[in-house]
Design a protein around this ligand. Structure first.
Ligand code: MGD
Ligand code: MGD
Ligand code: SF4
Ligand code: MO
Length: 759
């Protein structure tokens, strides 16, 4: 089906959104002569992109000078709330350090010498190089990476049209440990009903600094309502400081503690037998593997006292099913992530909290919700797809073992570019096209990445700043910031169906374009025009709403649309309210006043696979989660760990002036005993060193960390790219982390060992 609806669009008066480009005289990189802003003078709904959580916002240009940003009032989970980063978007728009013109590298890679070029020249030269690489080495030798979401779908469409299977998101550097655990066990992820939870365990999920506004607010709500929060974190994170109890767990100790807690759940018959019988497979194998994982055993691996492990397990079981163990977000602590996160989902299953208030649930998107309601409560969106895409026979570069089948489908192992480029394993990569991706900061082992970049024939980066990684590019393609562009409607369903939309609030500054347009124009230059049946974003959105003008207008007016009432399939009060609203739903209700017949999982058995026969067949001994005790450091080293800070996003917002001003120092957290034994005083400059590299920063002496561990907020210490005090001060984490590919999840590892000394 063709998705071109030009006449439709004309009829509705929709222009070619994002095609309006201002004109600037050619100039240097720092040229951004913006003295006034044009754009929406009324609050206009959109989506934030100061981090990839993409909260619904409303924004407007005020007096042609500034942009006011608040949360979207139409979103009940957001209301007017945004975090500090979300509120500072205007600082990014105005920043004279932003890149506003396409650039071509002049000097050596990473040296920072550029010339401004036209889009036409950029597209022509990149297309010529891509075509030549394809001719000599095959399309698969080009590697495409992008943060996931609408942004990646357009780059990956280009990759598919071009013929490369090698597309990668940030997954293996962030959520894959958890996402793949969920895939293996349930064929899909679960969400948390945090606000209604009565007892919450956090294993290194720090929602008060690793902020996701709606979830952060839900955790606060739960605490205000009296929920108990217990935090396991090697350092006193903000969540730990606000928790009822904090245990300074040893890095790598999480899985033993979880296994010991599950051991107690089973041994003391605290688990939900009915749920386990109806909805899981593999309980007997679980019982067997938990046989010896006693609290005393766990204490030896974690330093969490056995008596507390027992007490907390009994406490959370008493609050079940309205209690949960947070599966976390960044799941890159060690090589056992796949097992740690599976044990968390198993613990939740033992609590019987799936589809219960205060527990875990499956997202209720329109198709499922409508089917249960028996009427069309929410419109279902169409997915723009193109027929006749080229058949790709080449294997992905990360398909090096059958165990990676899950991650190959879901984001890929981005760090495999190191093996494919440096060692030709499994074959040679020749070019890297990255978009909204800063791997030099965010993929482990900077020295290997440096070698990788120097060996490639072509690097293209699409960014808003001259990030550390963009500085290695041959071509820099400047994207319009999130406030300057339109994107597809996204499905943000939770307990009920919901959609959200990003739309332009400010007219683009300089010669920037949205990345969907950049990749489409490059695709056309590559002779792939037939794979682009849409001419602009408006057409794609109209296709999504299946031509429904009212829905199109409504989503543009409100930015966030939610349908129906919250539904939890196993919570009788929710089921009752659902049936009262949608009487046809009665046929799905079981004798226990739940809708259990409608609960299924996309795993091979249709159940929650505590034991996975499929995974066992792909990798021996992984069918059931076990503790492998992978070493994280040498004996005489300290653990080196990281986390997010509330006012910065990864290694990205250190460029943004308002945020850089809020925090530009990033010292190393060090316990007083450790400092003393190394002769280090508060504020001293110290060196962190291991076999990967050597980094320098100031010491912050605090009892809020284990004596055997050092901590920094990730994201500073840039060696190249745009330099500000916030980008350059502090430790560059990737320079202290070895290159790793964890079993099954394929994840990077963000814990290593370091030695410290006075500088
Ligand atoms: N050592 C260590 N490494 C880590 C982590 C850690 O804790 N420790 N955390 C991991 C986690 S959780 C994640 S999610 C990853 C994130 O790593 P990445 O996927 O690299 O993402 P970000 O650092 O958020 O941003 C990447 C780039 O996007 C650019 N950007 C921002 N907005 C836009 C835009 O609108 N368009 C375009 N084209 N570019 C834009 C920024 O300037 C930045 O250069 O890092 C991981 N890496
Ligand atoms: N302000 C802000 N908010 C963000 C982001 C941001 O960059 N800045 N990024 C967003 C993204 S991409 C993500 S993925 C989420 C991430 O948010 P989180 O999942 O909370 O991840 P982190 O903050 O990286 O790490 C959480 C905690 O893990 C601890 N930790 C480290 N190693 C271990 C260990 O072995 N065991 C245990 N138990 N704890 C350990 C750290 O000390 C830290 O306090 O935040 C999102 N929100
Ligand atoms: S958590 Fe903050 S920075 Fe991230 S999308 Fe939401 S408002 Fe923006
Ligand atoms: Mo992340």
């Amino acid at each position: 089906m063709s998705i071109s609806r030009r006449s439709f669009i004309k009829g509705m008066g929709i222009g070619c959104v994002g095609c309006t480009v201002g004109s600037l005289p050619p100039g240097a990189l720092a040229l951004n002569p913006v003295t006034s802003l044009k754009g929406q003078s009324k609050l206009t709904p959109s989506l934030c992109e100061m981090c990839s959580y993409r909260c619904p916002i409303e924004a407007q240009v005020v007096n042609n000078k500034t942009v006011f940003i608040q949360g979207n009032r139409n979103s009940p989970h957001q209301k007017t709330r945004v975090c500090a980063r979300g509120g500072s978007g205007v600082s990014l728009i105005y920043d004279p350090k932003r890149i506003v013109k396409p650039m071509k590298r002049k000097g050596p890679r990473g040296a920072g010498e550029w010339e401004v070029i036209s889009w036409e020249q950029a597209y022509t030269e990149i297309a010529e190089k891509m075509a030549s690489i394809k001719q000599h080495y095959g399309a698969e030798s080009i590697f495409f990476s992008s943060k996931s979401g609408s942004l990646s779908s357009h780059l990956f469409h280009l990759a598919a049209a071009f013929g490369s299977p090698n597309t990668f998101t940030h997954a293996s550097t962030c959520p894959a440990g958890k996402a793949i655990a969920a895939s293996v066990m349930m064929g899909g992820d679960l969400k948390m009903d945090l606000a209604n939870s009565k007892y919450i365990l956090s294993f290194g999920h720090n929602l008060y600094e690793g902020i996701e506004v709606a979830e952060t607010y839900e955790l606060m709500t739960a605490q205000e309502r009296g929920a108990k929060l217990v935090s396991f974190d090697p350092r006193l994170s903000v969540v730990s400081s606000k928790a009822n109890e904090w245990f300074a767990i040893r890095p790598g100790g999480d899985l033993p503690v979880l296994m010991a807690m599950c051991h107690i759940m089973v041994k003391e018959n605290l688990y939900d037998k009915d749920f386990i019988e109806k909805f899981t497979v593999g309980f007997p194998q679980l019982v067997e593997v938990l046989q010896d994982t006693t609290p005393e055993w766990a204490q030896a691996h974690s330093d969490v006292p056995a008596k507390d492990i027992i007490r907390i397990t009994r406490e959370i079981a008493a609050k079940a099913p309205h209690a949960l163990v947070m599966p976390g977000h960044r799941a890159t602590f060690n090589k056992d992530e796949i097992n740690m996160r599976r044990m968390i989902f198993t613990f939740n299953a033992l609590l019987g909290n799936i589809e219960r208030e205060g527990g875990m649930y499956q997202k209720k998107a329109a198709a499922k919700y409508n089917k249960l309601a028996g009427i069309d409560v929410a419109p279902e969106l169409a997915k723009p797809t193109v027929k006749g895409m080229p058949k790709i026979t080449a294997k992905r570069v990360d398909a090096t073992a059958p165990q990676f089948k899950y991650i190959n489908k879901g984001g890929g192992i981005v760090q495999s570019i190191i093996d494919s480029t440096l060692h030709g394993v499994p074959y040679q990569t020749k070019a890297w096209i990255m978009s909204r991706h800063n791997p030099f900061q965010t993929v482990s082992c900077r020295p290997d990445l440096e070698k990788t970049a120097q060996k490639l024939d072509l690097i293209v980066s699409c960014d808003v700043y001259l990030s550390e990684s963009a500085s290695y590019a041959d071509y820099l393609l400047p994207e319009s910031t999130y406030l300057e562009r339109d994107e597809e409607i996204s499905d943000v369903s939770g307990l009920n169906p919901a959609y959200a939309l990003r739309q332009q609030v400010v007219e683009p500054i300089g010669d920037t374009k949205p990345s969907w347009l950049i990749w489409m124009e490059l695709g056309k230059k590559l002779g792939l025009a037939s794979y682009y049946p849409w001419e602009n974003m408006g057409v794609r959105q109209l296709y999504q709403v299946k031509g429904d003008e009212n829905l199109y207008k409504e989503i543009h007016q409100k930015g966030y649309l939610s349908y129906g009432i919250p539904l939890l399939l196993r919570e009788p009060s929710y089921v009752k309210a659902f049936v009262a609203q949608y009487p046809d739903a009665i046929k799905h209700v079981d004798s226990n006043n739940m809708m259990e017949k409608s609960l299924s999982f996309k795993s091979p058995s249709g159940l929650i696979e505590i034991y996975s026969e499929e995974l066992e067949s792909l990798l021996e001994n992984y069918g059931i989660p076990r503790f492998h005790n992978f070493p994280l450091k040498q004996k005489d080293e300290l653990y080196f760990i990281q986390g997010k800070v509330a006012v910065h996003t990864n290694g990205a917002t250190q460029y943004v002036p308002l945020l850089a001003e809020l925090m530009w120092k990033n010292p190393v957290w060090l316990h007083p005993d450790t400092a003393k034994s190394h002769g280090i005083k508060h504020g001293d400059e110290i060196i962190l060193e291991n076999s990967v590299g050597k980094e320098k920063a100031h010491a912050l002496i605090t009892t809020g960390i284990r004596p055997d561990t050092v901590f920094v907020y990730m994201g500073s210490g840039s060696k190249t790219g745009e330099k500000t005090p916030a980008t350059t001060n502090g430790i560059h984490c990737s320079s202290l982390l070895p290159h790793e590919i964890s079993p099954v999840s394929g994840t990077d590892v963000h814990t290593s060992g370091v030695k410290i000394s006075l500088a």
